[in-house]
Ligand binder design. Sequence first.
Ligand SMILES: O=P(O)(O)OC[C@H]1O[C@](O)(CO)[C@@H](O)[C@@H]1O
Length: 446
Amino acid sequence: MLTVDFANVTEARIGPDQGLDLERELRAHTPPLEQALEALWARHRDPDMPLGWIAVPEDTETARAALRYREANPWVTDVVVLGIGGSALGAQAVHAALGDRRVALHFVDNVEPEPVLHLLGSLNPRTTLVNVISKSGTTAETMAAFLVFRKWLEDALGAEWRRHVAVTTDPKKGVLRPYAARHGLTAFSIPPTVGGRFSVLTPVGLVPLAFAGVDLEGLLAGARKANETAAAPVAENLPAQTALVQYLYYRRGKPISVLMPYSTRMRLVPDWFVQLHAESLGKAESKTGSRVHVGPTPLKAVGTTDQHAQVQLYREGPFDKLVVFVRLERPTTDLELPAVEGLEALDYLFGKRLFELLTAEAKATAHALAKARRPNYTIQLEQLDAYHLGWLLQHLMWQTAILGELLGVNAFDQPGVELGKQYTYALMGRAGFEALAEELKAEGVV
Ligand SMILES: O=P(O)(O)OC[C@H]1O[C@](O)(CO)[C@@H](O)[C@@H]1O
């Protein structure tokens, strides 16, 4: 089960000035929420709409293909994922939470030379598979990494390098697809209707996660469950409800949305969430073309770790945050805290279990924030497994899409990152970008 405890956003818990009368708000906002859900569901199979992520969990064949690929390549000890943003963050998050470590996954999502060289130096090319992932098949960082790793493989293996590369990209666009065809490389397709940050359950995530031993069918089944809740009436529709709470607080002077799982294993889920919310919702223009400059600022945190780094600010700083906790209801395994003679001051811990302390810390922090009139709600997962993580990820995708509808923006483009990419091309001397290079010179950038 995935449930949400909204007690700490209610007026009863945090006072009328910061709290919501949730029942009233839900009633008042049922029409726009219904409209948002209808708009998303009605177009989710439209080949011209970027809503393919809704149907992705039904595609169990891709998961089977990923598993077959893993089984056909038992020699692999290390998978290097070359990808950035939506082409890396989802798999990284799931891998950190559930990867079994029999095959090591490495993510190259930056172009800083030292870590790349360090990784190359630590790998055996004979047992390494390079999975280059790019929806557009053009991203400079990913392409640069591919140039490096492809040569590294060829230098060590000669013509055999081809068996060590898998390409995951758009079925038609970009430079990778024709290159893969020319060299007979294994290639997986990212459905054109699924944007990068919504693609964790496509081959983008499924191929590396198959090697990491993750239960792919579990992930998809959990995501299908999230779809079920997103199809429910608003009164039982969790993604609609969390989107509404996010929306109302954003409109009421809380521009920052924190995601704080109480789990080191889930520590990278907020990184994935940050891209999801930031690129989807941070927009200059509304769907009707008016200037809006909207978007909650997503912030990442991990409990309990960040209790000792960020919670001071959350509790006493500006009243500008909505904090969302993610808490597990039971551990996968646990540890008892032994009694130690001479440390009787710690006897409140003796005989207790680590998970009990973790849970107490999460509940205590949520309540301490509420006492300081800081709204927060808690997403509760029965346990950390593929099913519940798949459910959470798809829930957050739904929340983002619904929030986009409420804010009146297109949640599926990212025009704001384009100019920076073009300036990079100009600085790197790419043909066709001479005018921009001149502009940069005239403006004193170079
Ligand atoms: O998968 P691609 O096309 O290489 O893109 C990587 C990332 O770059 C962006 O286009 C811009 O940051 C993201 O939306 C995307 O996830």
